[in-house]
Design a protein around this ligand. Structure first.
Ligand code: ATP
Length: 363
């Protein structure tokens, strides 16, 4: 356990019948971290969060919060608060009463309550709104009141269960940035669960990618993006293309892969590989260069057919087909892309150092 550890879990297990919903999860989260748990539906995120909050008990393993073992501590005695997707502000109470509710239960005197409510409203950018009703606020403002209601209690950990899930797209984009700023301003450790990789990547200091009850990788967002530890992480975090084939050679850390038509492509070896085995090469859309014909020295390339172009300003892409595999490439808007028409041939090239090769997985 690190000295400044706010949350330390070792070998946490939660079973439902034969199913391991949380499968030997260990993690050490330093104080002040924005930590996200990212994974597809059903991977065990909510189950894990409920163990941390104390709503549920692990079958084995330990939970320590700031050095204290929590396994037998009931939820209301843990230094933890939780924000849910459906905010559940009390509709008949004012904003001030909503925020003061927990303080009142802790028997904080009225004058001190008023001061702390005013202070936290100021901190979340809603000064002076104590007397409003929650119905008189916008969705984003209600979200900030819900956060203020937790943060005013100064928890060691704030657990957030997909809190942006119910908001419309534009507000969600805005709240991502706000949440990140608020977390830094308060310095509270956030444990945030989501299935939305862009939320996790944009806000977090560290992200755990969860699958089937386990953490595949725990790393800062950039590292997940650049050095995925598993093919699942490579496919789940950020847009990625997958090209399949058999491994025919490894030289200087680069793998040669033979595709079904006999052509070969190259990428950097990213896992344990054996010659002859089926492998997947992952290469990101922005690493692909569209070329007319000649390849740059040292580049790898694949022949493809244009399916369609998808214009979206700076994020414009071309969708292509290469031996039945769909590949997306960034489409530069500076006039450097070759002319292309639907069903026309195109050559996709990349620096093999930017591609990652893993043993093929099912699915
Ligand atoms: N009380 C329970 N009894 C039996 N099985 C459960 C129970 N709670 C969860 N599960 C199972 O455990 C697995 C993990 O569920 P969990 O709700 O933690 O996933 P999740 O990652 O939060 O998914 P989502 O993003 O859809 O909320 C699922 O297969 C789920 O069906």
């Amino acid at each position: 356990m690190g000295l400044e550890s706010d949350l330390f879990c070792s070998n946490l297990v939660r079973r439902f019948g034969n199913h391991l919903a949380v499968d030997h999860v260990s993690v050490d989260i330093p104080a002040g971290t924005f930590f996200s748990i990212l994974g597809p539906s059903g991977c065990g995120k909510t189950t894990l969060l409920r163990l941390l909050a104390g709503f549920d008990r692990p079958d084995s393993g330990d939970i320590h919060i700031r050095g204290e073992r929590m396994n037998r501590v009931p939820p209301n005695r843990r230094p933890v608060n939780m924000v849910f997707q459906h905010l559940a502000l009390f509709p008949t109470m004012t904003v001030g009463e909503n925020i003061g509710y927990g303080l009142k239960r802790q028997k904080v005197p009225a004058a001190q309550r008023r001061r702390r409510i005013a202070q936290v409203l100021e901190q979340v950018g809603l000064p002076g709104l104590e007397q409003r009703n929650p119905q008189q606020l916008s969705g984003g403002q209600r979200q900030r009141v819900a956060l203020a209601r937790c943060l005013v209690l100064k928890p060691t950990l704030l657990l957030l269960d997909e809190p942006l899930g119910a908001l419309d797209l534009k507000l969600r984009e805005q709240m991502k940035v706000e949440l990140k700023h608020l977390q830094k301003a308060f310095g509270t450790t956030f444990v945030y669960i989501t299935h939305d990789q862009s939320e996790a990547m944009m806000m977090s200091d560290r992200v755990a990618v969860m699958r089937n009850g386990r953490f595949d990788q725990v790393a800062p967002p950039e590292e997940l993006y650049r050095e995925p530890a598993t093919p699942f992480v490579a496919g789940f975090v950020g847009d990625n293309n997958r090209i399949s084939g058999d491994l025919v050679a490894i030289r200087d850390g680069l793998a040669d892969i033979r595709r079904p038509d006999g052509s070969t492509v190259q990428g950097r070896v990213a896992g344990e590989l054996e010659l002859g085995q089926p492998v997947s090469l992952f290469v990101r859309p922005e690493a692909l260069v569209l070329t007319g014909e000649a390849l740059q020295t040292g580049f790898s390339g694949a022949q493809a057919r244009v399916k369609t172009t998808l214009f979206d300003g700076a994020n414009s892409r071309v969708e292509a087909d290469s031996l039945g595999e769909t590949i997306y490439a960034r489409l530069p808007q500076d006039g450097s892309a070759p002319r292309m028409h639907e069903d026309g041939p195109i050559r996709l090239a990349w620096d093999p150092q930017l591609a990652r090769v893993f043993a093929a997985e099912e699915g």
